[in-house]
Design a binder for this molecule. Structure first.
Ligand code: SF4
Length: 309
C-alpha cells in the first residue's frame, strides 16, 4: 500500500484561531468556559475540550449570568450578542473573519435595498448566523431545484451570497443558473467559499487521479465536501472520524490511498490513521504539496492581539 498525504489538509486559519482562543481563554479565566455550539464540527476536538472543563451550550440561558462565553468560528446572530450583553456575560468572539465578511455583506446589500439569495445548508450554524442579520430579506437555497422554484421578480434588486464551506463545482453551477434566471443579480466573483475549502477540494481533484481510495478525516457534523468531491471523480471514498472507523476489509493491501482532512480535523488524528494503515498494510507514505497556505488570523482582541503562525 502507498499513502499519499494531501497538503493542504486539516485545520484552516479560522479553526486554528478559534481553538487557540479557547485554549487562551481557559488559561486566563479557568473553567468553566462556555462555548456557543460546538467550537468546531469535530467530535474529538469537542470531547477533548469537554474533558478540560469547557461546556458547550445551545442557548445562553443554559449558562450563568456573568459567565465567560466564546463564540465559535461559525459566528452568531446579533440577538445572541445582545442577550449576552444584557446578562453581563463576558464574551470572546472567535468568529472567523471570512464568515464575518459574509455578515457584513448582508448588512451592506440590505442597506442598499437588495433581497439576498443565500446558497447554503439550512440549520448549519454559519448559515443560521448569517441569516439572522436580516431574516426577512434573505432566502436560502440548497440546490438547483430550489433556484428554479424561486419566483421571477423583475422589479426586485437581487444579490447572492454563499456559505463559506460548499462544494466549489456545485456552487458554481448554482450561481450560473441564478444568473440565467435573474440576469441583474449581483454577488461576489468567486462566491464566498473560503480559501481553505477551495484548496482542500483542489488537492483532492489534483491528487485523487493517482489514488484508488480516498480517506477523508472529519466528522459527519462538518460541512466538508471532500468525500463527495472524490466520489464525483469516480474514486471510492470514506469519511472517518479516526482510525477506529477504518475497516481493514476496505483494502486489498496494494492500493494507493489518498488521505486528506477537513478544516475541522486535527493533524494528530490524521497521523493515527496513517499509523494504523502502516501497521496493518506496511504502507509507505509520501506527502504531496498542491499549494502552500500562509494565512493566519489574530486571536480575538478580547484576548490580546497576537498573530498565530
Ligand atoms: S473553513 Fe474557511 S470560513 Fe470556515 S473557519 Fe475555516 S477559514 Fe474560516
Amino acid at each position: 500500500m502507498h499513502i499519499i498525504l494531501a497538503n493542504p489538509r486539516g485545520f484552516c486559519a479560522g479553526v486554528n484561531m478559534a481553538i487557540k482562543a479557547l485554549e487562551a481563554a481557559l488559561e486566563r479565566f479557568g473553567s468553566p468556559i462556555y462555548v456557543y455550539h460546538e467550537i468546531v464540527h469535530n467530535n474529538r476536538v469537542v470531547e477533548d475540550f469537554r474533558n478540560r472543563g469547557v461546556q458547550f451550550v445551545n442557548s445562553i440561558y443554559e449558562m450563568p449570568v456573568g459567565g465567560v462565553l466564546l463564540f465559535s468560528a461559525h459566528g452568531v446572530s446579533p440577538e445572541i450578542r445582545l442577550a449576552a450583553m444584557e446578562r453581563n456575560i463576558v464574551t470572546i468572539d472567535a468568529t472567523c473573519p471570512l464568515v464575518r465578511k459574509v455578515h457584513q455583506e448582508v448588512i451592506r446589500y440590505t442597506s442598499l435595498g437588495y433581497t439576498i439569495i443565500l446558497i447554503g445548508h439550512r440549520g448549519h450554524d454559519e448559515v443560521t448566523g448569517i441569516m439572522s442579520e436580516a431574516p426577512e430579506y434573505i432566502k436560502i437555497v440548497e440546490n438547483e431545484t430550489e433556484i428554479n422554484e424561486l419566483p421571477v421578480t423583475y422589479d426586485t434588486k437581487l444579490a447572492f451570497l454563499t456559505q463559506t464551506t460548499l462544494s466549489v463545482d456545485e456552487t458554481r453551477s448554482m450561481i450560473e443558473l441564478m444568473k440565467r434566471r435573474f440576469p441583474g443579480i449581483v454577488g461576489p466573483d468567486n462566491a464566498n467559499i473560503c480559501y481553505a475549502t477551495q484548496n482542500r477540494q483542489n488537492a483532492v481533484r489534483e491528487l485523487g487521479t493517482g489514488a484508488d481510495i480516498v480517506l477523508v478525516v472529519g466528522s459527519r457534523s462538518s460541512s466538508n465536501r471532500l468525500a463527495e468531491k472524490a466520489e464525483s471523480l469516480g474514486i471510492c471514498s470514506y469519511l472517518v472520524d479516526g482510525p477506529d472507523d477504518i475497516a481493514a476489509g476496505w483494502f486489498r493491501g496494494d492500493e494507493t490511498v489518498l488521505i486528506t482532512a477537513g478544516a475541522s480535523a486535527p493533524e494528530h488524528i490524521v497521523q493515527s490513521c496513517v499509523a494504523m494503515l502502516q501497521d496493518r498494510f506496511q504502507a509507505t507514505v509520501e506527502e504531496k504539496i498542491v499549494c502552500n497556505e500562509k494565512i493566519a488570523f489574530p486571536l480575538p482582541q478580547e484576548l490580546g492581539i497576537q498573530v498565530l503562525t
